[in-house]
Design a protein around this ligand. Structure first.
Ligand SMILES: Cc1ncc(COP(=O)(O)O)c(C=O)c1O
Length: 442
């Protein structure tokens, strides 16, 4: 007698292959929006189209040379490292965050991982509670919660408030069920808006978080790209409940190196330990050569200070130019305070767009890509209502190495003029000019 249950084709059309049985939480999920737009742009470029790649949020600048040299020196490192990270690196990270953001911590409080994204996933996995996400928000927080099966609470912020979370919004959410376990993700400077918080505003949020004992996941991965170098961390304002999140991906131009870090307060050591247990059963440890090289990135260095100074100066100048182009075309936009993103709102073109059957941010971005080759992401991917005509542009489509070299020749303190921007940062400027012309021509 045959024990075969069934010999028909499975859903992929394969004979006798196992049937598709996906975890319910992973069903229907698409690839991360930023990765998908990048792949789509590459495809269009292969077909010979000119594409302005402003979809993926990748730093335009090279990794500082002294850090690259450190990686070369450590290419031979081959051993698995401790699951929480290389002790020298954890120590350097703690010193750095003490010095730079006044976070009271030691190496013991640091957890190293293969990107902060992975650490965020582990945190949501080991902690049992809701996740609160102020929107517009980075594209991956909510899908991670969905994969794990956590409840997601979105708190929509408003342009009138500078796209910042108002403490009352958090209070309102928490007061109906005050002791419910929750994580609030606070990302500043923000991807996608570039908005950040003053010390006073952080204090207001810290007070409410502390009142309800909410865990704060403070995603400060763009902190060192505050355009004026004036980033404040919320960690010292709510030390018992804040987990600081950062890494090398943005300020150091090293997204592909995959090195992220969390800094925990001592009273959340149980969470750090639980994450390390799961890490030990999954990725084991972060790449050894990368961790050795990263020690250099967190030590004091004039080279790195100079690199950051120029990177911020360039980003601030490009942002200033793009914001003025948008404003001249009656497009609502707030000036970013850090990072490399803009979040314009095209609502004043709503009627003209409607006449072209464009009624959602998704349709807006699809038409824009097809008709102009400009690749940006719809506001919907950042948790906004589909009909809100917002989008995120990553102004990173220029040669950051050439721009840094040219910036080094211009006296400190000066912003860059149009000559500089059209010579070294023409990608974003040309794309925004084209976008504005497209809108005006509708
Ligand atoms: C707001 C924000 N947080 C976290 C990450 C994840 O960075 P990584 O995993 O490279 O450390 C990103 C990357 O795009 C981001 O924009």
């Amino acid at each position: 007698m045959s024990h075969k249950a069934d010999n028909s084709k499975n859903a992929m059309g394969c004979d006798l292959a196992p049937n598709i049985q996906l975890n319910l939480n992973a069903r229907g999920l698409s690839p991360s929006a930023t990765i998908a737009i990048n792949e789509r742009s590459n495809q269009l470029m292969k077909q010979g189209l000119e594409v302005h790649k402003m979809g993926l949020g990748q730093s335009p600048f090279p990794v500082p040379e002294i850090i690259v040299n450190e990686l070369k020196r450590n290419a031979f490192q081959k051993d698995y490292l401790p699951v929480k990270g290389l002790p020298e690196l954890r120590h350097a990270v703690a010193e750095h965050h003490n010095r730079t953001f006044k976070i009271d911590c030691t190496g013991e409080d640091v957890l190293i991982g293969p990107g902060s994204k992975e650490l965020m996933f582990l945190l949501q996995l080991v902690y049992y509670g809701d996740i609160i996400i102020p929107t517009p928000a980075w594209v991956s927080y909510a899908p991670q919660a969905q994969i794990i099966g956590r409840q997601i609470k979105l708190l929509h912020t408003r342009a009138e408030n500078g796209w910042r979370l108002i403490p009352e919004q958090l209070d309102e959410l928490c007061k109906s069920d005050p002791s419910r376990p929750r994580i609030l993700v606070l990302n500043y400077p923000s991807n996608p808006t570039g908005a950040t918080y003053s010390l006073e505003e952080l204090q207001g949020i810290a007070e409410i978080a502390s009142k309800y004992r909410v865990i704060l996941l403070s995603d400060e991965i763009y902190g060192k790209l505050h355009h004026k170098g004036e980033h404040h961390s919320i960690a010292p304002l709510y030390p018992e409940g804040t987990i600081y999140s950062g890494g090398l991906s943005k300020w150091c131009g090293a997204g592909g190196w995959r090195l992220g870090l969390f800094v925990f307060p001592e009273c959340l050591r149980w969470l750090q330990d639980a994450m390390a247990v799961v890490a030990s059963e999954t990725f084991t440890s972060t790449s050894a050569p990368i961790q050795y090289a990263a020690v250099r990135a967190f030590q004091e260095s004039e080279d790195i200070d100079q690199y950051l100074y120029q990177a911020r100066r360039i980003l601030k100048s490009v942002a200033g130019k793009l914001v003025s182009l948008f404003k001249n075309s009656e497009i609502d936009i707030l000036s970013p305070q850090g990072g490399f993103y803009l979040f314009p709102d095209f609502k004043r073109y709503e009627e003209r767009l409607k006449a072209r059957s464009i009624t959602t941010s998704h349709e807006f971005c699809e038409h824009l890509l097809e008709e102009t080759g400009i690749a940006i992401l719809p506001g919907k991917d950042f948790g906004r209502a589909p009909e809100e005509l917002t989008a995120r542009l990553a102004y990173v489509n220029f040669d950051g190495k050439a721009a840094l070299e040219a910036a080094n020749l211009i006296p400190a303190g000066q912003l860059f003029d149009d000559d500089f921007l059209y010579s070294y940062c023409s990608g974003p400027v040309a794309a925004v000019e084209k976008l504005c012309d497209w809108l005006k021509g509708l």
